[in-house]
Write a protein that binds this ligand. Structure first.
Ligand code: SF4
Ligand code: SF4
Length: 86
């Protein structure tokens, strides 16, 4: 298990997502992954957040459908994780 510094978090409006993958490419720490076996009610895959968000806002800036709300923590947190979603 590895300690991971987490500086922020996001909420994701998965129903508004069109599965375009732009946020996946924009997230430099690679903490967004698209679902592989889940879709929203419109049939699109959507992103899920892994541990390690920096609160950089790149996902929110690139998403054409305004799916993200980004939060930055005043004090970074340390998570001990073995993979998995935040
Ligand atoms: S805020 Fe930055 S680090 Fe966090 S999910 Fe969005 S692009 Fe990735
Ligand atoms: S950029 Fe927005 S619409 Fe595209 S996959 Fe990410 S959340 Fe969905």
């Amino acid at each position: 298990m590895n300690p991971v510094t987490v500086r922020g978090s996001v909420t994701i409006d998965t129903e508004a997502c069109k599965g375009c993958d732009l946020c996946i490419e924009a997230c430099k720490p690679d903490v967004l992954v698209m679902t592989t076996d889940q879709t929203n009610t419109r049939g699109y895959r959507f992103p899920q957040l892994l541990v390690g968000c920096t609160g950089c806002r790149a996902c929110a800036d690139v998403c054409p459908d305004f799916c993200f709300q980004v939060f930055r923590y005043d004090t970074p947190k340390t998570w001990t994780v073995e993979g998995g979603l935040q």
